[in-house]
Design a protein around this ligand. Structure first.
Ligand code: UTP
Length: 278
């Protein structure tokens, strides 16, 4: 059973400076909702109620967001504005949130290792809130959990990307299994390869199910690309034992860590809500 979701949210978000100088990237809104709230809603939609968030300096707004603001609640009580807080209130009442700080930003792998104390020895989901995913049926995390329940090993969500963009992602190589061309047994993975060195154009996006042995592997993983401890390097060790499945998820993903993706997501969600309201 996957019961906990880890949200690494300690990165500096330099691509959004100066907006992210004093505001966490995860709090930037798509329409009226911050990115991390979409992430928590996805986890809850996948049946997960325990949210473990890795924060860092300057990220306190995330904790405040998932708490009650008595003064504000009091101010808007019995006014037409009360429904505006209904969604976040419902979320807070259904989930528990725990936090730990990554003291030095040594990469995504290091951020995940920092979460060991919140997760313990059980399989867990990882959701990068700046990858905003949407699907009309099962959400992406639910899809990954189904795959995990079948194969009982780590699972990464993948997407076909343009050849010239491989340097932005972890890229996998693997073989289709069980005659389903959306499911691969991963044999290798490379972090941010140049197109000429990329083993494929199948890129890992910000959704994972990890087995807890990943923590011990991360403890032994040396800094890799960019001097950071890379989750890709740790996963590669599991992959060598045949213990990583890559799944081509159904749905749409927006890279909201980049300005282009952020604008695209904003337009998409605006059109969606506009359509619903008509
Ligand atoms: P990114 O590579 O997007 O880095 O991290 P970033 O710092 O957030 O953004 P830029 O590139 O400077 O604009 C991918 C995910 O890993 C988390 C980030 O918060 C983001 O969700 N992360 C990264 C950490 O939690 N800690 C780290 O040390 C690095």
């Amino acid at each position: 059973m996957v019961k906990k979701c880890l949200f690494p949210a300690a990165g500096y978000g330099t691509r959004f400076l100066p907006a992210t100088k004093a505001t966490p990237k995860e709090m930037l809104p798509i329409l009226t909702k911050p990115l991390i709230q979409y992430g928590v809603e996805e986890a809850l939609g996948a049946g997960i109620k325990t949210m473990a968030i890795i924060t860092g300096r300057g990220k306190r707004a995330i904790e405040d967001h998932f708490d009650i603001s008595y003064e504000l609640e009091h101010q808007i009580q019995n006014t037409g504005k009360e429904p505006l807080l209904a969604e976040i209130r419902a979320l807070i009442s259904q989930c528990t949130f725990s936090y730990t700080r990554q003291v030095e930003m040594k990469g995504l792998g290091h951020a995940i290792l920092t979460g060991e104390t919140l997760i313990g020895q059980e399989p867990f989901a990882v959701l990068l809130a700046d990858d905003l995913c949407t699907n009309s049926e099962d959400n992406v995390l639910s899809q990954l959990i189904k795959i995990y329940n079948t194969y009982q090993c780590s699972v990464v969500a993948i997407e076909e990307i343009p050849f010239e963009e491989t340097h932005k992602y972890g890229v996998i190589s693997g073989k289709i299994i069980d005659g389903n061309d959306d499911i691969y047994r991963v044999s290798d993975m490379v972090e941010k390869p140049q197109p000429k060195d990329a083993p494929s154009t199948m890129a890992i996006i910000g959704r994972y199910i990890l087995t807890p042995d990943i923590f011990d592997i991360l403890k032994d993983t040396k800094p890799g690309k960019g001097g950071e401890i890379q989750i890709t390097d740790a996963l590669k060790k599991q992959a060598k034992k045949g213990k990583v499945i890559a799944y081509k998820f159904k749905g749409k993903r927006f890279d909201c860590g980049s300005v282009d993706g952020f604008v695209e997501a904003t337009n998409y969600f605006y059109k969606q809500t506009h359509k619903e309201q008509k």
